[in-house]
Design a protein around this ligand. Structure first.
Ligand code: NAP
Length: 317
């Protein structure tokens, strides 16, 4: 699989990374029940597809995603690079709590290393920069962890240009992990250019918008999702009036992709990767078959003609 260098100093990441939010199972922002055997198979399958890095976070299933990734790592000879995060804790109801206290970040790092069963985290990312007043404290703590060799690179998620400038004066971040898909295009305004200029790696999350752009969503599909799938409960893009519009758009994307004998999921991911500044798209998978279907996007270069068809299809709905 193609690779791109992360930021100034690497490592080289495959243009698709495996996202493990959904495999965390149940918590406030879970995706319904998840069988660990399916998760492990999905992780091994991603490695077989040539993917060389995994993105996880302590909050995904209140430690469970990291544990499952750790279990998979134990069974692998050639280990992928591991990116995880800090800054989100949870309460006894498995609801998220923002916390950027310095000591808490040190504790979180130790807990992640333990759950993952590794000695060093390749990329340690601040999950949400909240509360804002503690941003610099948290970043300094993460830089300390890098000095101690507990983490190799430090990055940030859900950031803005202003926030990147604030932390860069302490230590330039290796990466920015933000949402990027046809549904959420915010980073095109200024962040992509800024990261390109500053040589900050860009990790694009939810490239298929949580499955919405794969063409499988319909009102009937939505109905049968479990009540504790956060897409049903909290996400406005899965609610009306937006939802019907996205379903129609995804249908059009499916038609375009079919003309090239490809699934719509690949079109959605290839669209994200067309921007050279994007280092890698983080693609979620929770059962066998999914990542094999999506991984082919890494080799699909979209030409001007197909880009025009996508724009026309998107704007026509
Ligand atoms: N830093 C942050 O704040 C942040 C936020 C969001 C995500 N992320 C990271 O980015 C990763 C990817 O984002 P994401 O999981 O939200 O969205 P995504 O990659 O756009 O969508 C993943 C979901 O789509 C469905 N899917 C996967 N392959 C499919 C296929 N071939 N055909 C049909 N459906 C398929 C699966 O869910 P179903 O089968 O249940 O539909 C899967 O969980 C996350 O796992 C996480 O690591 C980070």
């Amino acid at each position: 699989m193609r690779t791109r260098r992360l930021g100034q100093n690497g490592p080289d990441l495959t243009v698709i990374g495996l996202g493990t939010w959904a495999i965390g199972g149940s918590w406030e922002y879970g995706w319904g029940a998840q069988d660990d055997r399916d998760s492990l198979e999905a992780i091994f399958e991603a490695m077989d597809c040539g993917i060389n890095w995994i993105d996880t976070a302590p909050i995904y299933g209140c430690g469970h995603s990291e544990e499952v990734v750790g279990k998979a790592l134990k069974q692998m000879q050639k280990k992928p690079l591991i990116a995880t995060k800090c800054g989100l804790l949870w309460n006894e109801k498995r609801e998220k709590i923002h916390c950027l206290d310095r000591e808490s970040i040190f504790r979180e790092c130790e807990a992640s290393l333990r759950r993952l069963g590794i000695e060093t985290i390749d990329l340690y990312q601040l999950h949400w920069p909240v509360p804002d007043a503690q941003l610099e404290d948290a970043w300094e703590a993460m830089c300390k962890l890098a000095e101690q060799g507990k983490v190799r690179q430090v990055g940030i998620c859900n950031g803005s240009v202003e926030l990147l400038e604030r932390i860069s004066s302490i230590r330039p971040p290796a990466s920015l992990q933000n949402p990027y898909s046809m549904v959420e295009r915010g980073i095109e305004d200024s962040l992509l250019d800024y990261c390109g200029q500053q040589q900050i790696g860009v990790l694009a999350y939810s490239p298929m918008y949580k499955g919405l752009l794969t063409g499988k969503f319909s009102h009937a599909y939505m109905q049968q999702l479990p009540a504790d799938d956060h897409r049903k409960r909290f996400d406005r893009h899965f609610q009306e009036p937006q939802f019907s519009r996205y379903v129609k758009r995804a249908d059009r994307l499916q038609e375009i992709a079919a003309e090239h004998n490809r699934p719509a999921a690949q079109l959605a991911i290839a669209w994200v990767l067309r921007r050279e500044t994007v280092t890698s798209a983080i693609v979620g998978a929770r059962r066998t078959g999914q990542i094999t279907e999506t991984a082919g996007a890494s080799e699909w270069i979209l030409d001007a003609e197909i880009m025009e068809s996508i724009d026309r299809a998107w704007d026509s709905v």
